[in-house]
Design a protein around this ligand. Structure first.
Ligand SMILES: Cc1ncc(COP(=O)(O)O)c(C=O)c1O
Length: 461
């Protein structure tokens, strides 16, 4: 970037375009009503700016598409496997790398091997698939993020950090024998995309060493986390990003990964570790559920796309643009008085819907009301992260979630600044008439994970 200018530009030119179908307010009102006011049930062609998730929704580069053409589909020992392996180990030099079709498949295999009743897995905050895969084995998933990480408006440079004292207490109380692994999620997606510092990772490592427990990373957004370390951690500003990533890796015994995030790919993941016996057990499960160990759940072409994506994601110009463009959206909303989780995380902006719509009680779903209003007003699709997602319990009761948020997740290298300016304008126009928004009631819901398929009805004014 030419240093004398303030504007941070997208460090790419557009090479192939996808049309966005411009819709009218009446069309969007009809579409969301037909979808039972559930944004997951919309036809994506009816969405103008899709901020539902950053997972697998990014644009691939020219060189990734070239890799796709080069993909070799040999069942065993494909050159594309070796390209993938080399790229993964250049950043994460674990002895064993096990390719999977996405992150949750790596989780399923790992926790099938090491989970089970009576066991507990601490994490800063488990992502929902991680928690579900731990709990499916009968083990307990425990979140031990620092107290600052639970307060939306409190500014702290590393709100994803693990509470080291709580971790140590937990291990002593439960006994190290019942804790097969400690996890750290970088960045902490469920906690607002907040980073973890190197210092904190070293601290977690020291606790693990004291009790002889392995440390694994849920490393989906490792490059974004490394950028925050580069920018915010004393003494790290001059280090190349790959060096920071390798130090992060050196502190762990293994990792799970979704390549749909910082692999810059549309699909893929892996599980990696140093332990030979555990790797053998996991490979046997891989063959049963995913595929042969040199392709896992992936085509050779996917392995090539990930191999190239991993080279591109640690580029400083890319990361500067990535983190800055997310903050650009969040800062604009914050400046205009829209309550957001602060500081702005790496991959998403989280609007505090409960704060913006205090007249809508949590059990009338302010997050859903805001998400629907953003779609109706301007075709922006975000995701409710609140009482709809977390309020229903296995015993059938319903309570308000800790927060009612709307997440606007930014797909990588996909939208331009004018798309983001448009999104800001839409949010501000909805915020200006916040008092007119109404709550919702659920008319149909499944027993679990209701946010994906529930049907809603607006409450009368
Ligand atoms: C922190 C974290 N872990 C795990 C996963 C699961 O990855 P996948 O969607 O590839 O199964 C995700 C996906 O969003 C995630 O954000």
């Amino acid at each position: 970037m030419p240093e004398s200018f303030r504007t941070i530009i997208e460090p790419f030119r557009i090479h192939s375009v996808e049309p966005i179908r411009i819709t009218t307010l009446a069309e969007r009102r009809a579409a969301i009503a037909a979808a039972g006011y559930n944004l997951f049930d919309l036809h994506a062609n009816d969405v103008l700016i899709d901020l539902l998730t950053d997972s697998g929704t990014g644009a691939m580069s020219r060189d990734q598409w070239a890799g796709i053409q080069r993909g070799d589909e040999s069942y065993a020992g494909s050159p594309s496997w070796f390209a993938f392996l080399e790229s993964v180990q250049a950043l994460f030099p674990f002895k064993h790398v096990i390719p999977t079709h996405q992150g949750r498949a790596a989780e399923k295999i790992l926790f099938s091997a090491i989970g089970g009743p009576g066991r507990a897995i601490p994490n800063n905050t488990h992502f929902d698939t991680t928690r579900a895969n731990v709990e499916y084995t009968g083990a307990e998933a425990v979140d031990l993020v620092i107290a600052e990480g639970r307060q939306p408006s409190l500014v702290h440079p590393f709100k994803g950090n693990m509470d080291l004292a709580a971790l140590e207490r937990f291990i002593v109380e439960r006994g190290p024998a019942s804790i097969p692994v400690v996890f750290v999620t970088i960045t902490n997606n469920s906690g607002g995309g907040q980073p973890v510092s190197l210092e904190n990772l070293r601290g977690v490592r020291a606790v693990c060493d004291r009790f002889g427990i392995p440390l694994f990373l849920d490393a989906c957004r490792f490059a974004e986390n490394a950028w925050f370390i580069h920018e915010r951690e004393p003494g790290q500003g001059d280090r190349p990003i790959p060096d920071i990533v390798r130090e992060i890796a050196s502190l762990a015994d293994g990792m799970t990964m979704s390549a749909k995030k910082d692999g810059l790919a549309n699909i893929g993941g892996w599980l990696a570790m140093n332990d030979d016996a555990l790797a053998e057990q996991c490979r046997n499960l891989l063959i049963l559920t995913e595929g042969f160990p040199t392709y896992g759940g992936l085509a050779g072409r996917d392995l090539e796309a990930i191999a190239q994506g991993l080279r591109e994601v640690v580029d400083e110009d890319y990361l500067r643009y990535r983190i800055r463009s997310t903050a650009y959206l969040g800062d604009a909303l914050d400046r205009a008085g829209v309550p957001v989780v602060r500081p702005i995380g790496g991959h998403a902006v989280y609007i505090d819907a409960r704060g913006l719509l205090p007249h809508i009680p949590p059990l009338e779903y302010p997050g859903q009301a805001l998400a629907v209003a953003l779609y109706e007003a301007g075709g922006i699709r975000g995701c409710e992260i609140g009482t709809v997602m977390f309020g229903r319990h296995p015993d059938g009761t319903e309570t308000p979630a800790a927060m009612d948020l709307v997440r606007l997740a930014i797909p990588r290298r996909t939208y331009t600044q004018s798309h983001v300016d448009y999104a800001i304008e839409v949010v501000l126009s909805v915020a200006a008439r916040a008092a007119d928004l109404r709550g919702y009631r659920i008319v149909r819901e499944p027993p679990a994970l209701r946010h994906f398929t529930a049907r809603f009805e607006p409450l009368p004014a």
